[in-house]
Write a protein that binds this ligand. Structure first.
Ligand code: AMP
Ligand code: MG
Length: 330
């Protein structure tokens, strides 16, 4: 066991972070999407440590994070013209771009794929950390594999206390769901994972944008999407209406469970006599609240009942993708 310090971003904590990264250690840091668990992308041992700490499957590649002035050209094997336009439009921000790339960073980052996923986070804490280390930092979300992604330093602490030396605390994450992952290796960009930068936003800049849908039996293009994810540590149930949720809730109470309902604001208000968590009413609110409430739900309840939000499209594509995985409602 080591001491895990949670420190705000200042000269001392940044110096400590740089020292840990240079020594091949792993440091957690705030971003605008979720907290990341970072290591020097050039250091095989440090990158492997991330997989070991998380219990992450060894074929699920990592995203490399760099500061806004970092020259990514030595990390990639060229970029299509639309990628440059997208970088200018959306970075720093919650968009990860997948480029053709071989042998530029540790082989364990991309797990044998001939591509590299790169992200420039906008969080001031992330920028300060990345600037101070001035290295590409491989970082997945700072949660144990399969668990709900962390949106506060406390969430990271709950999963990794005693196992990592430092969490750079930048407060609650404003975005709340992981970045959009965009394949930039083809003629037209293609979304591999939906997020806060939506297909419409990308198409407006790039002229067109596809969304990757895995065919049955096909090896996934973005291996992470195939795994069980975002699961709260309590039983879950999924339903479509307030009435259905209320009936499930009452039955669960009779059976000695401690139920709790997670629903968008209008439904949460309808069910105000029950233990209920309010997800919000806009796509952005639901993205920001989802992981924090899944973590709160697992603490409060033995059964978390999700009522599927009605709002669709845009940011909700990303929210619903996580929602379905959290509730096993695929
Ligand atoms: P996480 O950082 O835990 O949110 O996971 C990173 C996501 O990015 C996973 O869904 C990965 O499959 C995906 N990813 C990372 N690198 C690549 C890559 N080179 N090609 C395709 N997807 C990637
Ligand atoms: Mg993750």
């Amino acid at each position: 066991m080591i001491e895990t310090r949670i420190l705000g971003c200042n000269r001392d904590s940044l110096d400590a972070a740089v020292k840990y990264i240079e020594e091949g250690e792993v440091v957690a840091f705030h971003t605008e999407t979720v907290y990341g668990l970072g290591a020097n992308a050039f250091d095989d041992g440090a990158v492997l440590k991330i997989f070991e700490l998380k219990g992450r499957p060894s074929d699920n590649p990592l995203i490399v994070h760099v500061h806004r002035d970092y020259d990514i050209s030595p990390l990639i094997d060229g970029e299509p013209p639309y990628a440059e336009a997208l970088r200018k439009a959306f970075l720093p921000g919650p968009l990860t771009m997948v480029y053709p790339s071989t042998g530029k960073v540790s082989q364990y980052v991309s797990c044998g794929l001939n591509t590299l996923a790169i992200r420039v986070p906008s969080s001031p804490t992330a920028q300060a950390f990345l600037k101070a280390v001035d290295l590409p930092i491989a970082a997945p979300s700072a949660n144990l594999s399969k668990h709900v992604s962390p949106v506060t330093a406390r969430h990271v602490y709950e999963d990794f206390a005693g196992r990592i030396p430092l969490i750079l605390d930048g407060g609650a994450c404003s975005g709340g769901i992981e970045s959009t992952v965009l394949d930039c290796t083809g003629k037209v960009p293609q979304i591999l994972r939906e997020g806060l930068v939506t297909r419409a936003m990308i198409a407006k800049v790039a002229g067109d944008c596809g969304v990757y849908r895995r065919q049955a039996g096909e090896k996934p293009k973005s291996p992470g999407m195939a795994y069980k994810h975002y699961a709260p540590r309590c039983n879950t149930a999924h339903c479509r209406t307030a009435e259905e949720a209320a009936a499930l809730y009452r039955r669960a109470l009779e059976e000695g469970e401690r139920p709790c309902i997670l629903a968008e604001s209008s439904v949460a208000q309808e069910l105000s006599g029950y233990a209920v968590l309010d997800l919000g009413s806009t796509g952005e609110e639901m993205a920001r609240n989802l992981y924090a409430l899944l973590r709160e739900g697992e603490k409060r309840a033995t059964l978390l009942i999700g009522v599927e939000p009605q709002l669709q499209g845009g940011v909700m594509d990303g929210v619903m993708n996580r929602w379905k995985k959290a509730f096993g409602a695929i």
